[in-house]
Design a protein around this ligand. Structure first.
Ligand code: CAA
Length: 285
């Protein structure tokens, strides 16, 4: 019988990993979060506690539930501490070599029947899993930013993903309160295959139509019903993250619209990455 999923590991506690860890503790899972430096792990835990406290302040959560959720998160810098996890969701830097090293190491420390999931957004799950002795245990679980708020998770079937692993990842997505969709391991999966070129088009239109970021955002919100404008969204995602994902998809698909627009590349070179650096298309306190 397949092992019950009760303990979740999250590797990488940046914006995505911290959001996933927040979902896991809120859903009642004992959770182990791993970062390379303790300071970063502590910052992620503080961020999770902050968002849960905001829920208490807004009457969406009681203090006991918040405290219990925060207490379910254990942070570490040591991958070996994920040894008793039933599933590990990797949300580390989007570099194949980094993910390969982590997957190799994770397979050494977790139980033989533990699931290994990756939150990659633009790399191939099949390629990431290729270093595993048992690649059938690997699956993609692609969350959207901000993970605690965005309902979708794409459950990505790699070439060798076992059927029961795929379905258990789907069920985990549901237990985390998400709306999962099943898809194959194609470049950009479902949403980024559409959203990345669309956002690139938006940025090209800035120059072509000589429109300001404010007016472009107002246009897409009021004329296309987007919840936030493309410039505000890119500031949220991070220009560096978006450019990196665009480059990865362009490399695979060779569609000109996938290539990152020069304006965004210049912003990355100048360190204008969006919210995280205090300046992108907009400035932030
Ligand atoms: N983590 C946890 N909680 C958060 C959070 C975060 N990162 N950000 C905000 N919250 C909480 C806050 O407590 C906030 O309340 P307060 O401001 O009162 O503290 C609460 O959520 C609600 O926040 P907002 O009022 O800002 O919520 P909203 O109703 O305006 O919706 C939104 C925000 C869900 C982000 C909405 O604007 C939206 O759907 N935007 C589009 C986002 C999107 O398209 N994301 C996909 C990006 S692409 C991607 O992710 C793919 C990839 O691979 C990179």
């Amino acid at each position: 019988m397949a092992r019950e999923l009760t303990r979740v590991g999250v590797v990488g506690l940046g914006a995505m990993g911290a959001g996933i860890a927040q979902l896991a503790v809120e859903a009642g899972f004992e959770t182990v979060g791993r970062e390379v430096e303790l300071g970063r792990a502590e910052a992620a835990r503080d961020r999770i506690a902050h968002f849960l406290t905001r829920k208490v302040e807004k009457g969406q959560l009681d203090t006991g539930a918040r405290d219990a959720a925060v207490a379910r998160l254990r942070i570490t810098t040591d991958l070996a501490d994920l040894g008793d996890c039933d599933v590990v969701i990797e949300a580390a830097f989007e570099e194949l070599a980094v993910k390969h090293e982590l997957f190799r190491e994770l397979e050494r420390v977790v139980a033989g029947d533990a699931l290994l999931a990756t939150n990659t957004s633009a790399l191939s799950v099949t390629e990431i899993a290729s270093v595993l002795e048992r690649p059938e245990r690997a699956v993609g679980m692609h969350f959207f930013n901000p993970a605690p708020l965005m309902p979708l998770v794409e459950i990505v079937r790699a070439e060798r993903t076992a059927e029961d692993v795929f379905e258990r990842a789907y069920e985990l997505g549901e237990r985390l309160g998400k709306t999962p969709v099943r898809c194959a391991d194609t470049p950009g999966f479902v949403v980024n295959r559409v959203l990345i070129p669309l956002l690139n088009d938006c940025i090209r239109v800035l120059d072509e139509a000589r429109v300001t970021p404010e007016d472009l955002d107002a246009g897409m919100k009021n004329g296309a019903g987007w919840p936030m404008g493309p410039c505000a969204l890119l500031d949220l995602v991070g220009a560096d993250v978006h450019v990196h994902a665009s480059e990865a998809l362009y490399e695979k698909l060779r569609e000109p619209r996938m290539a990152p627009p020069a304006r965004l590349v210049r912003m990355v070179a100048a360190g204008k990455l969006g919210r995280k650096t205090g300046e992108g298309f907009y400035t932030y306190d």
